[in-house]
Design a protein around this ligand. Structure first.
Ligand code: SF4
Length: 170
């Protein structure tokens, strides 16, 4: 499988293929392929593509996205950093949109050091789960997938491979 991993190229292609990507979304949502089959193909491709891309060489999501942190995430971080929950909140976080949710207070993430997550083994659940392509009901997540297509090489390549596997011609 030939993969595209250069973020500049990916951004250019994302701009150029924006209409095409939304049309493919409609095909996935309303076409003849069942949502279960879309899940199965996406999960398989995600495993394949993820095994070929080293996220620690990219870390672009940590530079442009703000994950939501639950109180459990914050407790885990506090323990890993040897700080109190209040210290972690004051130093690294701001209130998020949902009740009880927090977000990092700056971009890139303040815990990204030398392009690597300094708390990798204790990172928040949303960081662990990103880009969420292992989750069920892919056809209900396509809006987020198109948003992440331009900023995550895994998402870009999985979406492109899906078009190929389904022999989609636009
Ligand atoms: S906690 Fe780690 S994985 Fe999550 S955004 Fe920050 S640097 Fe990235």
């Amino acid at each position: 499988m030939k993969l595209e991993t250069d973020l500049t190229t990916i951004k250019e292609l994302a701009d150029r293929r924006d209409d095409e990507n939304w049309r493919f979304r409609s095909f996935l949502k309303h076409g003849r392929i069942s949502s279960r089959a879309v899940d199965s193909m996406t999960h398989e491709l995600n495993q394949e593509v993820s095994s070929l891309i080293d996220c620690t060489q990219c870390a672009y999501c940590c530079k442009v996205l703000r994950p939501s942190l639950s109180s459990k995430d914050i407790r885990v971080l506090a323990k890993a950093l040897g700080k109190s929950v209040e210290e972690v909140q004051a130093q690294f976080l701001v209130k998020g949109e949902g009740p009880g949710e927090f977000q990092f207070n700056q971009l890139p993430c303040p815990l990204l050091k030398d392009n690597r997550c300094s708390v990798y083994d204790h990172r928040p659940e949303q960081c662990r789960s990103f880009p969420h392509l292992h989750k069920k009901r892919v056809t209900s997540r396509l809006w987020g997938i198109i948003v992440n297509y331009s900023l995550c090489p895994i998402v870009f390549n999985v979406y492109e491979q899906l078009k190929q596997r389904m022999n989609w011609r636009g």
